[in-house]
Design a protein around this ligand. Sequence first.
Ligand code: SF4
Length: 361
Amino acid sequence: MKILLANPRGFCAGVYMAIDVVDQLLEICPNETIFVFHEIVHNRHVVERFQHRGVIFVESIAAIPDGAIVVFSAHGVSPEIRLEAKSKRLATIDATCPLVTKVHAEAIRYARKGFQILLVGHRHHQEVVGTLGEAPDSMQVVECPADIASLVIHDPQKLVYLTQTTLSLDDATVIIDALKRAFPEIKEPPVSDICYATTNRQLAVRAIAPQCDLVLVVGSANSSNSVRLTEISMNCGTPARLIDDRSEIEPSWFVGVNTLLVTAGASAPEDLVHDLIEDLVHRYGAVVEQHDVCHEEVEFGLPGTLKSMMRERGIDPAGRRIVRGDDGARLRDWFADHKIPFRTVDLTVKGSSPAESAARD
Ligand code: SF4
């Protein structure tokens, strides 16, 4: 079997930052319980690893004792949650991805200008719930073209759409085209809200999946961008399976599979991908080729509140503790150490990064 390993895959800049926040808090506050509102990122392993280190994940601010430390997850929260945390005098560290914060800011800006906002996304996803909370009276959620008929629009000239950051590019295009047909005057966000990491992981699957017999996506079922990767693959005509880790694979999946694509959602740790590959090589004697479709160099700094807390405790906030898993040299070393044949193939196409998007704008 030949395994094609998609690059980019796995952790994005927002996930590195959010995980780093909790990791650093555990170290600088060894005698305090760290609470996280919602899963810090949508990955079972990430959450369980932190739970083993004493972190408590909650779905309600009321469940947190007054004055405790709470981290808001990468998906963002509504102003209502921030107010509730303030009323309980919680020490809040906001690990919201800056690209989600950007969508919140757009929602606030357009609502202040008197626009109605159509938020394209999944109604119950944490990110959509948080964004909706910024301007609930001005916003309606659109999950699919069928929702358009029931929208209540006061003035089609003062209408804008925004999107969840982790949508399928294919699905979003269908919905946005339908919105434009229904409301030709609708405004677009200044820069696409679908983030660079979602875009690039989907581009990679779209580029590689057509030559494969099966796609395995490492990620959790509640991870929007992981699920979207399986959908993109299936849109390309290649069956796909979403797995949390190697324990979920079944031998029957690989009957007749000569070429397999392995990728990972933006919240899935790279060590799970390595475990899976090791297992597949052991079972099927596979050789591995990493196909580089885009290069990513995006990084987000730690939140200012965490940096201040670190300085107060005499710790230099410059250090980053979570090491990036997409370092080429370390990856080659891992394959060499495990005696797995490995090479890279450069399929680089123009990716999408916040800097590039800003330049285009
Ligand atoms: S998937 Fe995109 S929006 Fe979500 S945390 Fe990663 S970079 Fe941010």
